[in-house]
Design a protein around this ligand. Structure first.
Ligand code: CTP
Length: 404
């Protein structure tokens, strides 16, 4: 996601400095080069050696260090695609707002042309202080990106909880991925991907759902983002983390999913429906938990057809590319071809819920066949879902009108 990007990770002196090591690890895992810089007080909270071991680079510490030729503030600023200060202390915010430059981190920030992301973290009373708030406002007005601290327990158990916590490293990493969209074969394209099952409520504690894990949709979203697309992932309940840099909208029922997809489609050039939305929903949702006593020996639940999302969106296509999935247990190609025409799709991915051991619904691998509008069929072997995602996106790229 961040391959070829150079991130300058600056750490200032707060208790949350330890979280910056995890941030460095996540950035490196995404393919970025990470240069760490620390203020002298940050180096008292976490040893620079931790960052050196993680990044494989000497930590920039001292504004006047003669033994660091070429690591001066101007070089640090010049080579960065993005500078993130995490945690940024109240002192650091004050110095940046005033344009002071008495340590390596603030001096580098002044010389920076690349985007700057500040992740303030401090005691809640300090965060709420009008001086800190005024500094943050001023910096935001100057175009600095601010990730506000979170509310929750403080690092010290005796401190009362409040707003001031550094966001989790994964959230900061995600924010950085959004600020630095990868450039690739889908740059400039906005894509809506759906994933996972839906839940149709029977009563406040029961619902009807299916075995979809969401893994195929999440793999498509991740790969599309890696190729530079702006991705809206509309997901039913799934126990998967949001792929970095992807805009995740969580929904529950099929009506909710339809609404979210409709909204997202307005800005998208393509839709990939990898979700398994319900086909049927209870005619009524009971307001209170249905009691066994009221049912007797058996219980009949009346189901009605749920909206078919792809079908209802067909009138809104207007030149957009629509890709669907067909989950079939028998006569797959025939059913898939019918769905392709009924739902007016450009491409359909035929798959079986359990084509082979360790493959199919809820598994990491899948077997698919791609059936095009022109009738062509490409049968594929069992493969990881991420690999199939790549093949589907290759087909999408060929279908999209050529863009600059
Ligand atoms: N789909 C949809 N809305 C629904 C159900 C399905 O948009 N309420 C989409 C799925 O996301 C998939 C395609 O339609 O891309 C086909 O889904 P599938 O479950 O294979 O078929 P159905 O059309 O639901 O028909 P059936 O269940 O009878 O096979």
């Amino acid at each position: 996601m961040l391959a070829g990007r150079h991130i300058l990770l600056a750490v200032t002196g707060g208790i949350a400095a330890y979280k910056a090591a995890e941030l460095a690890r996540l950035l490196l895992k995404s393919g970025a080069t990470v240069q760490a810089a620390m203020t002298p007080s940050a180096a008292r909270f976490v040893g620079p050696l931790t960052f050196e071991a993680l990044t494989g680079r000497k930590v920039a510490l001292d504004l006047f260090a003669a033994e660091e030729p070429g690591r001066g503030h101007l070089d640090l600023a010049r080579e960065a695609d993005l500078m993130v200060i995490a945690p940024a202390t109240a002192n650091c915010l004050g110095k940046l707002a005033a344009g002071l430059a008495d340590d390596l981190v603030c001096t580098t920030a002044l010389a920076l042309k690349a985007p700057l992301l500040l992740c303030p973290a401090m005691n809640p009373r300090m965060w709420e202080h009008p001086a800190v708030q005024a500094n943050v406002k001023l910096l935001a007005e100057r175009g600095v990106e601010i990730m506000e601290p979170e509310t929750g327990p403080m690092a010290h158990p005796r401190e009362e909880p409040g707003r001031g916590r550094l966001p989790e490293p994964a959230a900061i990493h995600d924010h950085i991925c959004r600020m630095l969209p990868p450039s690739g074969s889908l740059s400039g394209v906005t894509l809506t991907v759906t994933a996972g099952p839906t839940r149709e409520a029977v009563d406040p504690v029961r619902f009807i759902s299916n075995a979809s894990s969401g893994a195929m949709g999440y793999a498509l979203a991740e790969e599309a983002r890696r190729r530079g697309a702006e991705v809206h992932l509309v997901s039913g309940p799934a126990a998967l983390p949001a792929p970095p840099g992807v805009d995740l909208v969580r929904v529950t029922g099929v009506a909710h999913m339809l609404e979210a997809v409709q909204w997202s489609l307005a800005s998208s050039q393509a839709l990939i429906m990898a979700a398994a939305p319900a086909d049927f929903q209870p005619r009524q949702t009971a307001a209170h938990k249905i009691k066994k006593e009221s049912a007797g020996d058996s219980f009949t639940l009346e189901l009605v057809m749920a909206p078919d999302i792809l079908k209802s969106l067909a009138p809104l296509r207007e030149g957009r590319i629509f890709i669907g999935f067909a989950l079939e247990t028998e006569e797959g190609p025939a059913h898939a071809r019918r769905k392709l025409h009924d739902k007016n799709l450009d491409l359909i991915v035929l798959n079986h819920p359990s084509p082979a051991p360790g493959a199919g619904m809820g598994e990491a691998r899948i077997q698919g066949a791609l059936i095009g509008r022109d009738g062509t069929e490409e049968a594929l072997p069992v493969m990881p879902k991420l690999q199939l995602a790549g093949i589907i996106l290759d087909r999408l790229e060929a279908l999209l009108p050529k863009h600059e």
